[in-house]
Design a protein around this ligand. Structure first.
Ligand code: SF4
Ligand code: SF4
Length: 399
């Protein structure tokens, strides 16, 4: 039987749209005494509505929906940002505490709660992880990601959103272990807990630059979609998001590995809802049509040499085509290093992000000691300006 995913337009208000999306995808079935944890994407201190974090209005709508069914228990909301981003400052930037309180939910700062070390039986890479005890104890998790690109995984959706439940320093380890398989290891462990996925598609964050792998998850161009997605199967939901963004789901390692392990559907998906034509709408839009064709031209083998020159002339010398970027990565496999581009604002977040203390600020710019760098790329992930360019062996997806 196909997995069902709904896509609805936000026509009235966000509450009504969230409710409609959930009903179309099969409805929430929660018991009144169940303790449910709502897990938004609060990965960085960017404003609600930027596409880089889950819109707090969507989080509040989900809290109200769950609260209707779970009358006798707390409705919890929690997440931990990416390394380098201070949890409290991130929560403040989003205004999440107030939004959750007004919706009659309970906000939990995971940084102040107990973390436990657990074994992940059957894991291929991440055999142990330190994770929020609360996430393991609740009766269910509602996964509420936002739609955005990620420089290593193509997109980051429902499956990868669960990484935010681990202790911040665990992210470095997951990256060093290759990111894709560790993310699926964690997902497999938490899957029995995940009761539903409700995706914020009010605004998505797209690639920072018109071409090249240096995109997301803490910087990106906002693209107004005005939709909500919902479904019980996180893999089917992520596959649908991938298609919306123009990726081939089977080309994204996280989705492919999860499918091969039997953790959900990749293509046997029934899409329902009044925005089920969003694929066509996006393809027909200026961005999905003309720009998509141009990007195809830029990245074509035949025209690459010529168009690369044009793109650089139009957008500046730091722009590279996707094909060129991939070749750069392949040519330098195993010798990756980080170049800090002129987009650097000198904020110092990368210094905080590097758990190995490999980065120091000199004259307002970061200096990276690549001799001791483990190539986890966490600093790149944390950079709010997408100012760090990886030259070498990064596993960019979606080309
Ligand atoms: S590279 Fe520059 S902008 Fe990016 S995190 Fe480091 S200091 Fe901030
Ligand atoms: S400097 Fe190297 S070790 Fe430190 S966060 Fe960046 S990639 Fe990881």
């Amino acid at each position: 039987m196909p997995s069902r995913v709904s896509i609805v337009n936000i026509s009235e208000d966000i509450d009504a749209s969230v409710r409609k999306a959930v009903e179309l995808a099969g409805g929430l079935e929660l018991d009144s005494g169940e303790r449910i944890l709502i897990k938004p994407n609060m990965s960085c201190g960017k404003p609600s509505g930027s596409g880089l974090v889950t819109n707090v209005d969507v989080v509040a709508a989900v809290v109200r929906l769950v609260r209707e069914q779970c009358k006798q228990a707390d409705v919890l909301v929690a997440d931990l940002p990416i390394c380098g981003w201070d949890p409290e400052e991130t929560y403040r930037a989003l205004g999440i505490r107030e939004a959750v309180k007004q919706a009659d939910g309970t906000f939990v700062d995971l940084a102040k709660t107990e973390m436990v070390r657990v074994k992940l039986p059957g894991a291929s890479k991440l055999t142990k992880v330190t994770i929020s005890k609360l996430a393991l104890e609740v009766d269910g998790i509602i996964d509420v990601p936002v739609i955005k690109t990620h420089f290593m995984t193509g997109h980051t959706g429902a499956i990868k959103n669960l990484k935010g439940l681990t202790r911040q320093d665990q992210r470095t380890r997951m990256h060093v272990l290759g990111l894709h398989e560790p993310v699926v290891d964690l997902f497999e462990h938490l899957l029995p807990q995940v009761r539903y996925c409700i995706v914020d598609g009010t605004v998505a964050a797209d690639a920072v630059r018109p071409a090249g792998p240096y995109q997301g998850p803490t910087a990106g161009n906002p693209v107004e979609l005005n939709i909500i997605l919902a479904g019980r199967d996180p893999l089917a939901v992520d596959s649908t998001i991938a298609q919306l963004m123009g990726f081939k789901p089977e080309k994204l390692s996280i989705l492919k590995i999860a499918y091969e392990r039997g953790l959900g559907e990749l293509d046997d998906i029934e899409i329902v809802g009044d925005a089920a034509d969003t694929f066509r709408r996006l393809r027909g839009s200026r961005r999905g049509g003309l720009l998509g064709k141009l990007q195809g031209l830029w990245t074509s083998r035949v025209f690459n040499r010529l168009t690369h020159g044009l793109v650089r002339r139009w957008f500046g010398s730091e722009i590279v085509t996707q094909k060129t970027a991939k070749k750069e990565l392949e040519d330098n496999a195993g010798e990756g290093f980080i170049e800090v581009t002129d987009a650097c604002s000198g904020c110092g977040l990368c210094v905080k992000a590097c758990k190995l203390k490999n980065i120091t600020m000199r004259e307002g710019k970061p200096v990276i000691n690549m001799d001791h760098c483990v190539r986890c790329w966490i600093c790149v992930e944390a950079c709010p300006e997408a100012a760090m360019r990886i030259i070498g062996s990064a596993g960019f997806e979606g080309l």
